[in-house]
Design a binder for this molecule. Structure first.
Ligand SMILES: *Cc1c(COP(=O)(O)O)cnc(C)c1O
Length: 393
């Protein structure tokens, strides 16, 4: 089956004689056992909960994984994956990653005796030089956030496996609707389900999807041991969000492409979106993903202009995060990525003038009008509105 069918066609309540069409929320901490020596499928919700089981099975299915695990946030999922590396092991991080990921690995994982390397993973020779038998994990995003650089996931999987390393892909930006890294050879996929998977900006959640049973067992063990699994109600909200994933992503992806094309015709703006003809890594991206995603990045060349653009938009609200129903706008340098030290940010592929747009499900012409009025002051003229027919698709 295809995604649009899979997200709504699944067994909502396995084993429930009443056959409800929506999964019940098992809002319970404990489950009574048959006897002191005979146990049912569930005993304690930290270890397992039927509502969580349904959403985990559904996410495993969407990502073509052996198993999936949901946690209290994307960071909790990443922290769970980090337990696969022990003191003395090495972890390689792509050098453009979500700020919180950078912070967790450099401040916490490194302090536990794991060596953390930062490598430009778009340079395969650099990756090959850095991999060694101690390298337990290679963690990348593609496109990276916020610089939208493309990693060659098939090649990275091959390289990792040649040194016994697990390739972990943080697939938050794409979601399984646009990219399935496990099919390209990755070993684990991490999602901040706070973003596109849930889609409504109404919960914090994370997911880990695992290709092989042995690694899945290690992730299950860590989840139970750490006690960071997603609660029953959030599991239900996440499951409900995933039902509209295909519809939302289709609309948001189309609108993002449309806006990126219109923005690219504004003089003086640098526009980044994988769908744009001049986008570096475009062919590679579309060889591993079905769309460019709902994030469009702009550089104005002037941090003051960028700050003004962010301040002047009305539909694009000033907030972090992406993948939600409503459009948002942010300055990653000052917001989502502020936890990366200034010296490191300075040498990264993005500067303080980078503006990140997350395109929601609103009418695309309303979104364009909002951006056009916000850019009016510094471009010196009103940008042509869509209805004037001046902008070609
Ligand atoms: C938001 C985000 C995270 C962290 O997820 P939370 O749900 O906020 O904990 C990790 N990776 C990426 C790419 C993100 O965008």
């Amino acid at each position: 089956m295809r995604l649009a069918t899979e997200v709504v066609q699944f067994e909502a309540a396995p084993g429930d004689a009443l056959h409800p069409s929506s999964t019940p929320i098992y809002q319970t901490a404990t489950f009574e056992q048959e006897s002191p020596t005979e146990f049912g499928d569930y005993d304690y919700s930290r270890s397992g909960n039927p509502t969580r089981t349904v959403v985990e099975a559904q996410l495993a299915r969407l990502d073509r994984a052996h198993a999936a695990f949901v946690h209290s946030s994307g960071m909790a999922s990443l922290a769970t994956v980090a337990t696969l590396a022990k003191a003395g092991d090495e972890v390689i991080l792509g050098d453009d990653l979500y700020g919180g990921t950078y912070r967790y690995f450099t401040r916490i994982v490194e302090a536990q005796g794991v060596e953390v390397l930062h490598v430009d993973t778009t340079d395969l020779d650099a990756v090959a030089d850095s991999l060694c038998p101690r390298t337990r994990l290679l963690l990348v995003e593609s496109p990276t956030n916020p610089a939208l650089r493309i990693n060659d996931l098939r090649a990275l999987a091959e390289l990792s496996h040649s040194s016994g390393t697990l390739l972990v892909v943080d697939n938050t930006l794409m979601s399984p609707a646009l990219c399935r890294p496990l099919e390209l050879g990755a070993d684990l996929v991490v999602h901040s389900a706070t973003k596109a998977l849930s889609g409504h900006s109404d919960l914090m959640a994370g997911a880990v999807c695992v290709a092989d049973p042995r690694t899945a067992e290690a992730v299950a063990f860590a989840t139970n041991a750490m006690g960071n699994a997603l609660g029953p109600f959030e599991s239900w909200l996440l499951l409900r969000g995933t039902k509209t994933l295909a519809l939302r992503v289709e609309r948001q992806n189309r609108s993002a492409e449309e806006l990126a094309a219109r923005l690219a015709s504004v003089p003086g703006l640098g526009v980044l979106h994988p769908s744009l003809p001049g986008f570096s890594g475009r062919a590679l991206h579309f060889s591993q993903a079905a769309g460019g995603g709902n994030v469009v990045c702009l550089s104005t060349g002037d941090p003051a202009h960028s700050a003004e653009l962010v301040a002047r938009t009305r539909l694009f609200r000033t907030q972090v995060s992406f993948g939600g129903l409503t459009s948002s706008i942010s300055l990653p340098y000052h917001m989502s990525h502020a936890s990366i030290p200034e010296s490191v940010r300075a040498e990264r592929a993005f500067g303080p003038d980078l503006v990140r747009l997350s395109v929601g499900i609103e009418d695309v012409d309303d979104l364009w009008d909002d951006l056009a009025q916000a850019m009016e002051r510094w471009t010196g003229s009103r940008q042509p509105a869509a209805e004037e027919g001046l902008v070609q698709r």
